[in-house]
Design a protein around this ligand. Structure first.
Ligand SMILES: [Zn+2]
Length: 248
């Protein structure tokens, strides 16, 4: 398994690592597997990092990052010079701007979760998409169409009140049993054979999550919620963050 450095510290965007395997794949691209990585692999609705891996004899771009079922991270990119060999010591550098945008978008979704909780809604988070062109969180729960606009206004105002006030977070690894005591909802598919990561806001607003998060939610920026809609039992809250380009 690749050691995922961002699981312990959100701010790690560069690291040293050792090449475990290097291969050429389709379209002349390369696939590099390392013993550890600072690159975030797409997951949980958050997009992958991009960046550069530099070795003693070679440099490769990193264009896509995938985590496979065995826990290995594949860094897919293109050689810009030389070639890598197994055992090479390399330096990894993730693109700071891209990571920062993805982190802010992802964190905004958690603040919306807090606002949902604070409004006393019975909504349970089911899925999220935190991409610059498409950001939304989905919930299952009670939906009253007549109150949609009122709810949208309240949710947006409360989300921004939380962001303005700010709140730091901490990382804790815990059993599923302990998660039940600090998290509003623990998904069924969380592995129970190892401690899972919970991001904790304050003492008791925990979210089981493997993504990257801003140190303080005040760093998210002003968040707009242009629409909330319901379709086939799924409540979808679309959002945008100020200063991050959006297609909507
Ligand atoms: Zn998260």
């Amino acid at each position: 398994m690749t050691d995922l450095l961002y699981m312990q510290d959100f701010d790690i965007e560069a690291c040293e690592a050792k090449v475990l395997s290097f291969s050429l794949i389709e379209d002349g691209r390369t696939d590099i597997i390392l013993d550890q990585t600072c690159f975030y692999a797409r997951g949980g609705g958050q997009d992958w990092d991009r960046g550069v891996i530099s070795g003693p004899e070679a440099v490769s771009s990193v264009e896509e990052v995938h985590l496979d079922e065995e826990g290995q991270v594949h860094h897919v990119g293109r050689l810009t010079s030389g070639s890598f060999s197994e055992g090479d010591g390399v330096v990894c550098e993730a693109d700071h701007e891209r990571r920062s945008i993805n982190t802010r978008l992802h964190s905004a979704a958690h603040v919306i979760d807090m606002a949902v909780d604070s409004l006393g809604l019975d909504w349970i988070g089911t899925k999220g998409q935190h991409y610059p062109h498409l950001s939304a969180v989905e919930y299952s729960g009670t939906w009253e169409f007549e109150k949609a606009e009122e709810l949208r206004t309240e949710l947006e105002a409360l989300t921004n009140a939380f962001i303005e006030k700010g709140s730091s977070n901490s990382i804790r690894f815990m059993s599923v049993e302990e998660m039940q005591t600090v998290c509003r909802h623990v998904p069924d598919n969380i592995p129970e054979n190892k401690p899972g990561r919970v991001v904790l806001y304050g003492d008791n607003f925990g979210i089981p999550c493997g993504g990257t998060h801003v140190r303080d939610i005040s760093q998210v920026g002003v968040t707009s919620i242009p629409k909330i809609k319901e379709k086939k039992g799924t409540i979808r809250v679309s959002y945008t963050v100020e200063g991050i380009a959006s297609a909507t």
